[in-house]
Design a protein around this ligand. Structure first.
Ligand code: SME
Length: 166
């Protein structure tokens, strides 16, 4: 049994330090990327308060094989959109621009893809391997302005750990 859980009094920095240590420990010896994404989604859910969705979109082939797009990966939360073209929504924009997207109000984000009507704010962080985007880590919250720079930095650190492990 794995028992990773932050104390209720943990500061945001402590929370992300502990989250990264837990992900590091659980993925270090495991070459299977799906297993590593699944455990990371679970840890995101365990460590971070006020989420309704936490998980991965992976860069993968379109159904007709004509190119690449984002395809749903392991997550915790309600069923979500399966395929997202580059440039569409928060995740597709984060993937296309290789840039963190911190969205305080998803209703104000042009082209936001509403997988869950309860989502109010969102953080999309690209995972880069050799400077190429291979996935996006996506967090959704029912609270507006839930995410800040500390969250962005914390998830970027997580993305660096996972770059060779998913
Ligand atoms: N809202 C996202 C789609 C993914 S779901 O939130 C899980 C977007 O605009 O990319």
């Amino acid at each position: 049994m794995y028992d990773f859980k932050p104390g209720p009094e943990a500061s945001p920095k402590e929370r992300y330090d502990e989250l990264c240590q837990a992900v590091e420990a659980l993925t270090a010896d495991e070459p299977d990327g799906v297993a590593n994404m699944a455990n990371t989604a679970s840890l995101l859910w365990e460590f971070l308060p006020d989420l309704i969705w936490a998980g991965f979109y992976r860069v993968s082939s379109t159904k007709d094989g004509s190119g690449d797009e984002l395809v749903l990966g392991p997550f915790v939360g309600r069923p979500a959109c399966i395929r997202i073209p580059f440039g569409q929504g928060v995740c597709g924009s984060a993937a296309q621009q290789a840039k963190v997207h911190l969205v305080a109000d998803v209703h104000a984000f042009p082209g936001h893809i509403a997988c869950d009507a309860a989502s109010r704010s969102e953080l999309g962080v690209p995972v880069l391997r050799d400077e190429v985007v291979i996935a996006v880590i996506d967090l959704d919250s029912p609270t507006a302005s839930r995410f800040d720079e500390a969250d962005a930095k914390g998830i970027e650190a997580l993305a660096r750990i996972l770059a060779e492990r998913i």
